[in-house]
Design a protein around this ligand. Structure first.
Ligand code: NAD
Length: 323
């Protein structure tokens, strides 16, 4: 961390997601320096120039394009490099392409910046966070993914519209895979500590389970719905990445649903997936083991099985140095 509490951030992959995150970080004034790295160096340079020209309207920050070695000293490196979903493609379809990209970029990144945190956004984010951890040789609390922070935000936003309250007053998590097998934790969803059913009753409204089920479907399928319309999703994930980075830099110990290594004693296997976790300066400081309802636990187990299968699609020879 630089003097005065300001920090250096790095962004590897400055396409829609990486550039949106960098823009959010500039506006939010979180960093003293932001380095942008992309295989397409002209793209990174163009983004750096454009962002730098916003700085007269924001807090002071140095923005520049660089190479992987320039990530040295970054408190957090956000990795959003790789192919994105095309219409109809699942996140898991991307695995081979993006695993190969990680094999090129994660080892030199970890060598350049052995003390930093790597925050992965590239999809499929759970499998690639695991891959990044293995490739990096860094402790697992310092290599993790944005996971279901985005799905949780979508869920809260849609529930908030339904109940007509501020999404920040809705407490509800999506756990498991950031993808088709993700699981809504209905048993603990609440507004002001009241179950959703009690909140509806207190507001003179009937409990409408069909509408809630529909909200989950729109949460889970949001990426498909958005990609069909505008080709990519990037603003909400950028805001989620910003929230994670803020929790790290300001050591906030915020509970966020990020994708991290799950204690094998939970019986889910050696996978990365999302459960609410305490995020602070050290990275993922503790994963919370929620007392899930039986059907939710069964859903989480199915999601972990999907992720274990997905890891089979990665060339583990590339990571054998780590094991
Ligand atoms: P994009 O195509 O706009 O940008 C990807 C960038 O990665 C490109 O600029 C490309 O040049 C760069 N790149 C490719 N290989 C590289 C390498 N070896 N080193 C450095 N840069 C490299 O894609 P996007 O829309 O920004 O999406 C990026 C990733 O984020 C995708 O995998 C997408 O699925 C994922 N995503 C994740 C979430 C989430 O919630 N985790 C949400 C949206 C998108």
């Amino acid at each position: 961390m630089a003097p005065g509490g300001a920090a250096k951030l790095a962004v590897v992959g400055t396409g829609n997601v990486g550039a949106s995150f960098a823009y959010a970080a500039v506006l939010w004034g979180l960093a003293s320096e932001i380095v942008l790295v992309d295989a397409n160096t002209r793209r990174a340079e163009g983004e750096a120039m454009d962002l730098l020209h916003a700085v007269p309207f924001t807090k002071a920050v140095r923005v520049r394009a660089g190479a992987i070695e320039d990530c040295a000293g970054a408190a957090v490196t956000v990795v959003a490099a790789g192919a994105a979903q095309r219409p109809g493609e699942t996140r898991l379809d991307l695995i081979r392409k993006n695993a190969a990209i990680f094999e090129q970029l994660i080892p030199p990144l970890a060598r350049a910046n052995p003390d930093g945190i790597i925050l992965v956004a590239t999809n499929p984010v759970d499998a690639l966070s695991y891959h990044a951890w293995r490739l990096s040789g860094l402790p697992s609390e310092r290599v993790f993914g944005s996971g279901t922070i985005l799905d949780t935000a979508r869920f809260r936003a849609l529930l908030a519209e339904h109940f007509d309250v501020d999404p920040r007053s809705v407490h509800a998590f999506i756990v498991g895979e950031h993808g088709d097998s993700e699981v809504p934790v209905w048993s603990m969803a609440n507004i002001a500590g009241m179950s959703l059913e009690a909140f509806a009753a207190a507001n003179g409204r009937p409990h409408d389970q069909a509408a809630l089920d529909e909200i989950f479907v729109h949460t889970r399928d949001a990426a498909y719905e958005i990609i069909e319309r505008k080709g990519s999703t990037h603003y909400a994930v950028a805001a989620g990445l910003l929230r994670i980075v803020e929790a790290i830099l300001r050591d906030q110990r915020t509970v966020l649903s990020v994708s991290s290594r799950i204690d094998p004693s939970l019986g889910l296997g050696d996978v990365f997936l999302s459960l609410p976790a305490i995020v602070g300066r050290a990275g993922v400081e503790r994963v919370l083991h929620l007392p899930l309802a039986a059907d939710e636990l069964a859903g989480l187990r199915r999601s972990a099985a999907v992720l274990r299968d997905a890891l089979g699609g990665i060339d583990h020879a590339a990571t054998s140095a780590r094991s």
